[in-house]
Design a protein around this ligand. Structure first.
Ligand code: QAP
Ligand code: CO
Length: 183
């Protein structure tokens, strides 16, 4: 059991397109820690860059909804097809705590992805699982929920977002001082 630190809005790693995973050895311990971190934060999805790792992978657990019977690990995932009407849904994000915004995304997707055994899969997902996957794929491309809002809508969250950025920057400086780094 190892809970990692979740990085917040304002950390540059969350604006990066994450590197594809090429080395699948030693993933198991890391994935365990990512799941522990997500469960402790009471989230349903978590992307690697949200715990400071530049890797194209994320985990999702929506077993509480009974539309999935197991937690998922998605590595090097790519949305192949988007199906159906865009459906609005109020989404939160562990990297933007306290903010939830209504976002419209396609109802279903076909995702190509790898599992930790390196096998490739192509699978259709709907419901909350589809929303969570699209949200996490966004993270791996440096996109946040608030990026889906209009300028006017985004303005409503300006103060909260500025406070988050300020806090993230203070945190990064405190940590680099602690480690003896020079910024
Ligand atoms: C992404 O987000 C997601 O602000 C996962 O105070 C969310 O798990 C995809 C959370 C909804 C699809 C639909 C956020 C927990 C969790 C908060 C999360 C908070 C406590 C967010
Ligand atoms: Co998120």
């Amino acid at each position: 059991m190892a809970v990692m630190e979740i990085v917040h809005y304002g950390d540059p790693i969350l604006r990066k397109k994450c590197n594809l995973v090429k080395n699948f050895s030693r993933l198991d311990g890391l994935l365990n820690d990512i799941f522990d971190t997500m469960y402790e934060a009471e989230g349903i999805g978590l992307a690697a860059n949200q715990v400071g790792l530049d890797m194209n992978l994320f985990v999702v657990d929506v077993t509480h909804t009974e539309e999935a019977e197991k937690p998922y690990v998605f590595i090097n995932g790519e949305i192949i097809t988007k199906i159906g009407e865009k459906m609005p849904y109020k989404e939160g994000c562990l990297s933007i705590p306290g903010i939830a915004v209504e976002i419209s995304r396609p109802e279903k997707i076909i995702l190509k992805y790898q599992t930790p055994d390196e096998n490739w899969h192509e699978e259709e997902f709907g419901g909350l699982l589809s929303k969570a996957i699209q949200h996490e794929i966004d993270h791996l491309n440096g996109i946040f929920i608030i990026d889906h809002l209009s300028k006017v809508e985004k303005m409503k969250y300006k103060d909260e977002l500025n406070a988050l950025v300020e806090n993230t920057q203070k945190n990064r400086i405190a940590k680099s001082n602690h480690k003896g780094f020079v910024l």
